[in-house]
Design a protein around this ligand. Sequence first.
Ligand SMILES: Cc1cc2nc3c(=O)[nH]c(=O)nc-3n(C[C@H](O)[C@H](O)[C@H](O)COP(=O)(O)OP(=O)(O)OC[C@H]3O[C@@H](n4cnc5c(N)ncnc54)[C@H](O)[C@@H]3O)c2cc1C
Length: 297
Amino acid sequence: MARGGEFVVRPVQAADVVRLSERHDLVVIASGRGSMSAMFPRRADKSPYDTPQRKLCVGLYEGVAPSEPRGVTMSVAPGQGELLEIPMYATAGHVTALLFENVPGGELEMLAEIAYEDDPAGFEKLVLEKTREHHPATFERIDPARFHLTGPLDLLQGAVLPAVREDYARLPNGRYVIALGDAHTVVDPVIGQGANCASYSAWALGQVILEDPNFDERFCRKVADRRRNHVHATADWTNLMIRTPPPPHLLRLFGAMSENQAVADEFTENFSHPDRQWDILATPERVTSFLARHGMS
Ligand SMILES: Cc1cc2nc3c(=O)[nH]c(=O)nc-3n(C[C@H](O)[C@H](O)[C@H](O)COP(=O)(O)OP(=O)(O)OC[C@H]3O[C@@H](n4cnc5c(N)ncnc54)[C@H](O)[C@@H]3O)c2cc1C
């Protein structure tokens, strides 16, 4: 702003984009999962699902003792989905986010559908029951007497349809706009990579702006090239994690993690490096080779 920028907050429609492109050197669409992303065609080759693969129910709760060591945990209920437990500091203080990732048609799907406002106590009772039945390691740390949602606004239910879209679009006036973040690539939150991927993508875009301030198609291609490996690896890895039934080589890796700390550590470390994770997981042969490097046949 000190250098002459102007910060404007207002809704933008797809029809505004041409006019904006004539007033600015570069237009970047980072409008999340909303309708603006339709400007960028969905890539069928990178978007394997036509419907959401998980029904989500995420809320902030009191009454869940932290894991030891304290951290994010993931419980996997075969055939039913996953539960991510995330310690958080919110307006209610130290609380726990419970993100239920429920397989459609499974026994926990209803968590994404029942209305909390209709019967708050009944909702919490159902969450407790489903956790006891399907995610016992988390249930063991819950104090049922203290367990409750921190407030009606601290609950999100729904589903995400994963999609990888084209990196950029050409406008009728010949200018180009770039898609960024969820407007470009939406992933299911099962491994918490969406915002990480959006940040990476923004950084890559910034790097290309520094190198080449000619905002033409060549520029857009450079942005696409710069972020492709990371963004596509994030989408591919996430899409593998939510496949039903789970692919055998993923199960093999999970089994190996339960037996070998170094394997588990490398998998965990790779949450910061989705491209390295996909190097391991892209094919059954790659998993075999990764496990062999850890002395596991
Ligand atoms: C339950 C859940 C849990 C998640 N957990 C994680 C996690 O642990 N880690 C992680 O990395 N990611 C996580 N994600 C994903 C993460 O939230 C998204 O990937 C990230 O928010 C995308 O950022 P974005 O800036 O592209 O879009 P958004 O955060 O959606 O921001 C888009 C902005 O654009 C505005 N906007 C939209 N349309 C218009 C318009 N027409 N005009 C003007 N403004 C507009 C919106 O109001 C919004 O402010 C999670 C997602 C969900 C659903």
